[in-house]
Design a protein around this ligand. Structure first.
Ligand SMILES: *Cc1c(COP(=O)(O)O)cnc(C)c1O
Length: 376
């Protein structure tokens, strides 16, 4: 089966006995021992058939052997970090999701050091990996500046040093980028975003090929309790069926909006990997099957006023859903990062991030251009 067929068919076998073409939602927390043959279900923190079906689907999207799903992207990230031991060191992209940065800030008390580096720069990668490293954490495209890291190149360098490579693939989704095929060890997802796609359920996933690593993830999830419920798994599995359709539409609209933004006098800089002016435009073209639907830009006027003026773009954090969103990273998603660190990384107060939805492209363009003209 090819990718788009797997989206619809993986983990979706008709139920024996009834023939439901959509597997039922299992909400029971516990299972009767004597009603099962063979005995395999005990307690839903450990086992849940709706969860199994979703995991089968998400693993297949990357041609991977294993997937473990979680109650949120942050729960997946926490479990990922549980493989580390005191004294070990993580090298991370310097432009990561705000919550990842906040999570890394908690690791010091466990004796784990996190160093940030611009992993888009080969010289910085070499410098960062010159010291013992247990894990390299890559986010590409990065958030919010859409920087592109060469996953194959970083994976080679990291593996030469014995480090595990994790790619937060939330922004690209498996529709546009397959980190395991590029050489990474684990793909991490906030399924809350593109995979579920409708802004109505939280979820996370860790996808990998290594059996021992996967078993460790499942054990950590079971004992710490970051499991998604049956209904949440169903919603994610329902959403993912239209991933390719949504991403194709969102990407096409994002491309035209990014081009239009470049023409606007109120916009001083546009960050979008689909633009030939993007420093890693060619790398993005090789590594991803499309530039995606997140755009950032620097705005000459007042970001607060701009965000208040858009009618269709809701001013809200998160991304990847069917509905378009606008936000200011410095005052919203990336606020927990100290201002000086934020500014040094290019996340200045005039930066605006858009998540393009599936509305009519002409309506979105009209809404945005009208809002941009407001300050002039
Ligand atoms: C949202 C997000 C997360 C965290 O996921 P939650 O589901 O909100 O816990 C992690 N990484 C990236 C890139 C994200 O966008």
């Amino acid at each position: 089966m090819r990718f788009d067929t797997r989206l619809v068919h993986s983990g979706q076998r008709p139920s024996p006995g009834t023939g439901d073409i959509v597997p039922p939602i299992h909400v029971a927390t516990t299972y009767d021992r004597f009603a099962q043959e063979p005995l395999r279900l005990f307690y839903s923190r450990g086992e849940n058939p709706t969860r199994d079906a979703l995991e089968e689907c998400l693993a297949s999207l990357e041609d991977a052997r294993f997937c473990a799903v979680f109650s949120s992207g942050q729960a997946a990230a926490t479990t990922m970090l549980s493989v580390l031991t005191p004294g070990q060191r993580v090298v991370s992209s310097d432009d990561v999701y705000g919550g990842t940065y906040a999570l890394f800030a908690t690791l010091g008390r466990f004796g784990i050091q996190v160093d940030y580096a611009d992993l888009t720069d080969p010289a910085e990668v070499r410098r960062a990996l010159a010291t013992d490293t247990a894990m390299v954490w890559v986010e590409t495209p990065s958030n919010p500046l859409l920087k592109i890291t060469d996953v194959a190149e970083v994976s080679r360098s990291a593996h030469a040093r014995g480090a595990l490579v994790v790619v937060d693939n939330t922004f690209a989704s498996p529709a546009l980028q397959r980190p395991l095929a590029l050489g990474a060890d684990v793909s991490l997802y906030s399924t809350t975003k593109f995979i579920a796609g409708h802004a109505d359920v939280l979820g996370g996933a860790l996808v990998c090929d290594d059996e021992a690593l996967h078993a460790g993830f499942v054990e950590h999830r079971t004992v710490t309790g970051g499991v998604p419920g049956g209904l949440d798994c169903y919603l994610v599995h329902r959403g993912v069926k239209t991933l390719s359709l949504r991403v194709a539409r969102q990407t096409a609209t994002a491309r035209s909006i990014a081009e239009e933004l470049c023409e606007r006098p109120a916009v001083t800089e546009v960050f979008y990997p689909g633009l030939p002016s993007h420093p890693a435009h060619r790398l993005a073209g090789r590594q991803m099957s499309g530039p995606g639907s997140i755009i950032s830009f620097r705005y000459r006027g007042d970001p607060e006023k701009l965000m208040a003026r858009t009618q269709l773009f809701a001013c809200a954090v998160s991304l990847g859903g069917v509905r378009s969103l606008i936000e200011c990273p410095a005052s919203m998603t990336h606020r927990p990062i100290p201002r000086a660190v934020r500014h040094a990384a290019g996340i200045t107060d005039d930066l605006i991030r858009l998540s393009i939805g599936i509305e009519d492209p002409a309506d979105l363009l009209e809404d945005l251009t009208t809002a941009l003209e407001g300050d002039s």
